[in-house]
Ligand binder design. Structure first.
Ligand code: AMP
Length: 562
C-alpha cells in the first residue's frame, strides 16, 4: 500500500465524527491494506511497533522539528517549526504546510528522492531509525527523518510527523481496530478480542483473521517470551466484593512494581508493565524462578524491595533497581528485591487465562512451590476475616489488600470489576428525593438525575414540628440505576410531583433512596452546605419514610470522620 493512500484514508477517518462511520472507514482501510496489513493496523492507531514490543523510536519533538525544518528549506529553522506548532497545536498540520519538494534529492538517505513512499518503506526506515544507538545516533535519526519528510507529500507529512511523535489522534483506539478486524474479515468480535489479548499484537491478529478466519484466531495462544498486558484493578469495597461474589480471594497488596515472568523451561525473562525487558536488573527474581520452576510458565506478580529483615521498602527503591543497567551486583548489595507472585497465566503447555482464579492459584503453587506467595486462606466470606487479613498486611508494611473474584478469568490489559483494590467502606446515606429531571430520547418518559436532600434536624422556627421536617439538598444522583429501576422509581415518584418547569420536576418529600458515595465535601452548591462526590443509587428504602431519612448532623459527622 502506498503511504499516500494510507494518509488519504487517515484524513478521511479523522474527518468522521460518528463511531460507526469511523469503524466502517477503518474496516475498508484494513481490507485495502494488502501485504502491509500488520503495519497499517498499527499505524492507524498511531503505533509504530506491536504492543508487546517495547522498542521505541526515541524521537523527541526537537529532533523532529529539526528534521522538518531541514526538509522545509534554508529559510526555516527548528525554532520556526516549534513556534508554529505552539500556535497551531498540531505538528501534523505544521508539517503539511511546508513544501518539502524543494529539498528532494538532498536527502542523505540512500533511496531519498523516490517519488512514492510505500507503507513498507516507511516501516523499514522507522525500524532502522529505532536501531540507531550510541554516538552520532541523534544525527543519524535526524537524517533518516529528513529523508522521509523530503519524500512526503503534505498529507503524508501530516501523518508521518504525528506517527513519529506518537500523536496520531485520529480517533482510532484498540476497540475500533478490534471491531474493524472483525468486520473486515468476518470473525466474531469476541474471538478477535481474545486473540488481541493473547498475542498483544493487533497486526498479527488482522493477518490471521484474513488468512485463517475464526478458527485460526481461536488457535492463537500465549507465547512464552512475549509479554501480554497486565490485568488491572478498580477501586472497590469489601461490601461490594461480597455482595457481588459471595466470597472473595483476599491478597496482600504489595507496593512495588508489576512484573511478568516468562520461563521457557531453561531461561527466565522478566517484563515490566510497559513490556520492557527487565531481566538483567533483577537477578534475584531470575534465580528464584529458576530455583523453583521446572515447567515452562508465565507468572504475574509484584517485585518489592526489602530491607535486611525482609520488610518492604518504599517502591521508589524498586524503581531504582529497575532502571539500573550497570553494576547490578552493587545495586543488589544496596537494596534486595523479592518477587511476590499472585497469578499464573500459563503452565506446562496450558493457557490458563480462562481458568478461574482459584485454579490459577493452584497452578501457581504447583509451579513455584515454596516460592509461591499467594493468599492464605484462599477464600473469605466474612468482613471480619477480611479486616483481619488487611491488618496483617498493613502490619507487615504492605499497602493493604486486593479483593478478587474467585471465579474470574485473567483478562490481559483490561480493567474490570473482578479485581478490586480495597477502598475504605463508606457508610451509605438514606436521602429524600426532592426533585428530578425528565430524561431525553428513549428515556423521555422516565425521571432521572434525582435531587437528594438530608433532613434538617430540630428545624426551629414557628410552626416547625416533627411531622413537617425541612430538607436541605446535598447532591444529585444519576448513576447506578438500571432502566427497570428507573421505571419503578418513576412510578413511585410521579404521584408526588408538585410542579414542573421544562424538564425539571419539583417533588414533595416522600421517597427515600439509599445512596453510596466516595466522599462528602463541604460545598456551597447545595443548601445543606455539603455535596457528595460520585453518588450512586443503591436502592429505594421503601421501609423508611422521609422523617426517618438521614439528618444533616449525621452527614456532618461522617464528613468529619473522613
Ligand atoms: P494501583 O497501582 O493502585 O492501581 O493498584 C494495582 C497494582 O497493585 C497492580 O498493578 C499491581 O502492580 C499491584 N499489586 C500489588 N499486590 C497485588 C496483588 N496481590 N494482586 C494484584 N495486583 C497487586
Amino acid at each position: 500500500m502506498e503511504f499516500a493512500a494510507f494518509a488519504e484514508r487517515a484524513r478521511a477517518i479523522e474527518g468522521e465524527s460518528a463511531d460507526g462511520a469511523v469503524r466502517e472507514a477503518v474496516t475498508e482501510l484494513l481490507r485495502a491494506a494488502g501485504d502491509e496489513l500488520p503495519v497499517v493496523t498499527r499505524y492507524v492507531q498511531g503505533r509504530v511497533f506491536p504492543a508487546h514490543d517495547a522498542t521505541k523510536l526515541d524521537v523527541g519533538p526537537s529532533l523532529c522539528y529539526e528534521a522538518i525544518a531541514k526538509a522545509a528549506g534554508r529559510n526555516v529553522s527548528a525554532a520556526d517549526v516549534e513556534a508554529r506548532v505552539a500556535e497551531v497545536g498540531d505538528v501534523g498540520e505544521v508539517a503539511a504546510a511546508y513544501d518539502f519538494g524543494s529539498q528532494r534529492g538532498l536527502a542523505s538517505f540512500g533511496d531519498g528522492g523516490t517519488d512514492t513512499l510505500t507503507v513498507a518503506a516507511v516501516d523499514a526506515r522507522l525500524r532502522e531509525l529505532a536501531t540507531a544507538e550510541g554516538a552520532g545516533s541523534q544525527d543519524r535519526k535526524r537524517d533518516l527523518l529528513f529523508g522521509l519528510f523530503t519524500d512526503a507529500s503534505p498529507d503524508e507529512a501530516r501523518y508521518l510527523a504525528r506517527l513519529v511523535l506518537g500523536e496520531m489522534r485520529i480517533g482510532v483506539g484498540e476497540g475500533t481496530v478490534r471491531d474493524a478486524i472483525a468486520a473486515a474479515f468476518d470473525a466474531p468480535v469476541e474471538t478477535v478480542e481474545r486473540a488481541i489479548q493473547v498475542t498483544n499484537d493487533c497486526g498479527e491478529v488482522a493477518v490471521v483473521a484474513r488468512t485463517d478466519g475464526e478458527a485460526g484466531l481461536a488457535d492463537l495462544g500465549l507465547v512464552v517470551g512475549r509479554p501480554v498486558g497486565a490485568m488491572l484493578a478498580r477501586a472497590g469495597s469489601v461490601r461490594e466484593a461480597l455482595d457481588a461474589w459471595g466470597e472473595a480471594v483476599v491478597e496482600w497488596k504489595f507496593d512495588g512494581a508489576r512484573v511478568q515472568v516468562h520461563y521457557d523451561g531453561s531461561e527466565v525473562s522478566l517484563f515490566s508493565r510497559n513490556m520492557e525487558d527487565v531481566t538483567d536488573p533483577l537477578p534475584e527474581v531470575v534465580e528464584a524462578v529458576e530455583r523453583a520452576a521446572d515447567v515452562p510458565a508465565i507468572l504475574d506478580g509484584e517485585v518489592v524491595a526489602v530491607d535486611d529483615d525482609g520488610a518492604p521498602l518504599p517502591f521508589q527503591e524498586v524503581l531504582r533497581r529497575f532502571r539500573r543497567k550497570h553494576d547490578v551486583a552493587a545495586a543488589r548489595e544496596d537494596v534486595a528485591v523479592q518477587f511476590r507472585a499472585f497469578d499464573c497465566l500459563h503452565a506446562d503447555g496450558d493457557d490458563l487465562l480462562d481458568a478461574p482464579l482459584v485454579e490459577r492459584h493452584e497452578r501457581l503453587r504447583s509451579v513455584l512451590g515454596d516460592e509461591a506467595v499467594v493468599s492464605t486462606p484462599d477464600l473469605s466470606d466474612g468482613p471480619d476475616e477480611i479486616a483481619a487479613i488487611e491488618s496483617e498486611s498493613l502490619a507487615a508494611g504492605h499497602e493493604g489488600i486486593m479483593l478478587k473474584n474467585p471465579e474470574s478469568a485473567y483478562t490481559p490489559g483490561r480493567r474490570g470489576k473482578n479485581w478490586l483494590k480495597r477502598k475504605p467502606d463508606v457508610e451509605t446515606l438514606d436521602l429524600v428525593v426532592t426533585g428530578a429531571e425528565w430524561g431525553e430520547g428513549r428515556r423521555a418518559n422516565l425521571l432521572g438525575t434525582f435531587l437528594l436532600a438530608a433532613r434538617a434536624e430540630n428545624a426551629g422556627g414557628a410552626g416547625a414540628d416533627a411531622n413537617s421536617p425541612r430538607f436541605e439538598t446535598i447532591g444529585k444522583v444519576a448513576t447506578g440505576i438500571t432502566d427497570e429501576e428507573l421505571e419503578a422509581v418513576t412510578d413511585l415518584l410521579e404521584p408526588h410531583v408538585r410542579s414542573e418547569d421544562g424538564t425539571e420536576v419539583d417533588i414533595e418529600p416522600a421517597v427515600v433512596f439509599e445512596v453510596g458515595y466516595e466522599e462528602i465535601q463541604p460545598s456551597p452548591t447545595y443548601s445543606s452546605g455539603y455535596a457528595l462526590r460520585f453518588p450512586r443509587f443503591l436502592g429505594v428504602r421503601e421501609d423508611l419514610d422521609p422523617t426517618e431519612a438521614d439528618s444533616i448532623e449525621r452527614v456532618e459527622r461522617l464528613a468529619d470522620r473522613q
